[in-house]
Design a protein around this ligand. Structure first.
Ligand code: AMP
Length: 277
């Protein structure tokens, strides 16, 4: 595995590539990230993983400084997963002074996560656009980029950016990986105490309850939301939302075309989860 820390070096190692599988991450890798890397390994000649804690997607007062950083462990994980190139750029090599900005779309980019974290998706799209362009620079035969359904709104917006900006990238959505108790894996779970982990389980339980209701034929979202709130009655719920795959809000579940999303604060930690129905 080659570890590269700046763009010039990356460009040296990306000449004449056939199919490339790219997994962008912010590090503190867990089985969720690993499932994306494995899929990229299975489907492509070359696998590139990036680890970059992107400052522009953190708002004032968010956890940029305390975001978990585990470079040495991450390097080991990537080596073992047979990654070809690990790209770990510095902030200075990615961002310039007074640079041009990519903006999230006015509606989809500013509801739900984008409303609670206004400007967050501008930063996500800015960095993903840069990473895609760096890898596309030497024209690989194909580029597939792997993203988790865990961040459903991020996935929808990146897919939209690829379409709206005519980028030659295939976006591959990957299933949410959970621990044996149902908690969706997240680098931020590291902030949770043992008691908070137990409390957080109500989130996935509420989503399971929702899916069971849908299987029983309950499609009205307000009924489903009431039941979900009951399961999560001890949690500080930020939102429960129902959208279709275009990320438009819905009042009736559309089978095979709906996503139910939850954001909660557990202790001091903000957790998100969702289910695709
Ligand atoms: P992050 O490092 O949090 O930016 O995540 C990098 C990628 O891993 C994103 O595409 C996430 O959606 C994905 N990811 C994070 N957690 C999970 C999970 N539990 N299951 C599947 N994918 C995940």
């Amino acid at each position: 595995m080659i570890i590269v820390k700046n763009i010039e070096e990356l460009l040296k190692h990306t000449k004449n590539l056939d199919s490339v599988g790219f997994v962008p991450t912010m590090g503190a890798l867990h089985q969720g990230h690993l499932s994306l890397i494995k899929r990229a390994r299975d489907e492509n000649r070359t696998v590139i993983v990036s680890i970059f804690v992107n400052p522009t997607q953190f708002l004032e007062g968010e956890d940029l400084d305390k975001y978990p950083r585990r470079d040495l462990a991450d390097i080991e994980i990537c080596k073992r997963a047979d990654v070809d190139i690990l790209f770990m750029p510095t902030v200075e090599s990615i961002y310039f002074e007074d640079e041009l900005r990519v903006e999230a779309p006015a509606i989809r980019g500013f509801i739900l996560e984008g409303s609670r974290r206004a400007g967050h998706f501008n930063g996500v799209l800015q960095v993903v656009m840069k990473l895609f362009n760096i890898i596309l620079f030497n024209r690989p035969k194909s580029l597939r980029a792997y993203f988790g359904k865990k961040d459903a709104q991020q996935l929808a917006l990146i897919s939209q950016m690829v379409k709206d900006y005519f980028l030659n990238v295939d976006i591959i959505p990957c299933e949410i990986v959970r621990d044996s108790s149902g908690l969706a894996l997240s680098s931020r779970n590291a902030y949770l105490s043992a008691d908070e982990v137990k409390e957080a389980l109500a989130i996935s339980r509420s989503l399971k309850r929702a899916s069971k209701l849908v299987m029983q034929g309950v499609l009205d979202t307000s009924t489903i939301e009431r039941e979900m709130r009951d399961v999560m009655k001890n949690l500080d719920i930020e939102y429960i939302a129902f959208v279709n795959r275009d990320f438009k809000k819905i009042e009736t579940i559309e089978l095979k075309n709906s996503t139910i999303l939850v954001a909660c604060i557990v202790g001091e930690t903000r957790l998100i989860d969702n289910i695709w129905i």
